[in-house]
Design a protein around this ligand. Structure first.
Ligand SMILES: [Mn+2]
Length: 326
């Protein structure tokens, strides 16, 4: 009996040790990722901004807007649409953007200048693309070497100090009380369930799409990843009660989970710019404007080409099979 007890104690001990050694590995991995992410990056003075009730209550409505990606005309269109259909001319609407205001689309500077000149009622969190622009501007001023994937956004070299400072001060999250019993958090990419905001790695906040739930992986149980292709969308596991509004995932488009709403509907890819009211008479109403951008259909054509090639190789019999399964 005593021997059995000793065995059990040994087994438990070995499990604890294994868990701790895994945790060490994960911490090393994380800090390497954070180190790379931090290179040339200037941080905001407030990472997690909390809007005070007095400020929030000075607005009749609050509207959250998805990834703009320099689609200035569509951004103005969605703002005009909600402003021109409000109950009365005195109705004040607070607009909050989920980040990725810039890059990929046609009118970067116009978007930044609009945001800067409307700071009394337009707020944004920072996205991974604001961080790319901040890094480009840093390298332009101080020297250094950027990855090709970042350096292609050449327009950011010409950012003025004021524009750069505006983007640098965009916080990672904005939290507010939309009503007495409803807290909202606005974030670019996602949040890890069970982890306080200040414990998050900023890299994950602006890049994560999916999570892997592997209790043994890092001791936290939930491991955020950038990829869409394995794991599960993080928002399916976000437990609330705070409702999170986010972007960064145009592949999945509009996402509605119990306590999280994804608003990146791929405006810059020719789809839609989407926003949602979270306070006021139009609360939960979704507003969409059609993109003026050329649809990015190359990928689809490539897939069709591949399918056709495969079908031709397979012969006419399997053509029918594949058309049924698509
Ligand atoms: Mn993004």
């Amino acid at each position: 009996m005593a021997a059995l007890l000793v065995n059990i104690i040994n087994l438990v001990n070995s499990m604890i040790i294994k868990r701790f050694s895994n945790q060490d590995v994960q911490h090393k991995h994380s800090s390497k990722k954070s180190e790379e992410h931090s290179k040339y990056l200037t941080r905001p003075s407030i990472y997690h901004k909390v809007l005070d009730d007095e400020f929030v209550n000075s607005f009749d409505e609050i509207f959250i807007i998805g990834d703009v990606h320099a689609c200035y005309d569509e951004m103005i269109e969605i703002i005009n649409q909600i402003e021109s259909t409000k109950e009365s001319p005195s109705t004040k609407i607070l607009k909050i953007f989920v980040g990725d205001l810039i890059n990929k689309g046609p009118k970067n500077v116009e978007v930044i200048d609009y945001m800067m000149s409307h700071q009394e009622d337009c707020l944004s969190v920072r996205g991974n693309h604001e961080e790319i622009a901040i890094k480009i501007a840093f390298v332009e001023r101080n020297g250094g070497k950027l990855k090709k994937s970042m350096a292609k956004y050449k327009w950011a070299k010409d950012l003025t100090d004021t524009q750069l400072n505006y983007m640098t001060e965009l916080p990672y999250t904005i939290s507010l009380n939309a009503s007495s019993n409803e807290t909202a958090i606005i974030v670019h990419a996602g949040l890890v369930a069970g982890l306080p905001l200040e414990k998050h790695d900023p890299y994950d906040i602006v890049h994560m799409r999916n999570i892997i739930i592997e209790d043994y992986y890092d001791g936290r149980g939930i491991h955020p990843i950038k990829s869409n292709s394995y794991g599960s969308p993080w928002c399916e596991y976000w437990p609330g009660p705070a409702h999170v509004y986010f972007g960064h995932n145009s592949k999945l488009g509009f996402q509605k989970c119990q306590f999280a709403t994804g608003l990146d509907t791929g405006c810059v890819k020719g789809n839609l710019l989407t926003g949602i009211f979270i306070k006021g008479p139009r609360k939960v109403k979704i507003v969409e404007v059609k993109s003026n951008q050329r649809a990015k259909i190359k990928r689809r054509l490539d897939n069709e080409f591949n399918d056709a090639t495969v079908n031709n190789l397979k012969g006419s019999d399997s053509n029918e099979d594949s058309s049924e399964s698509s």
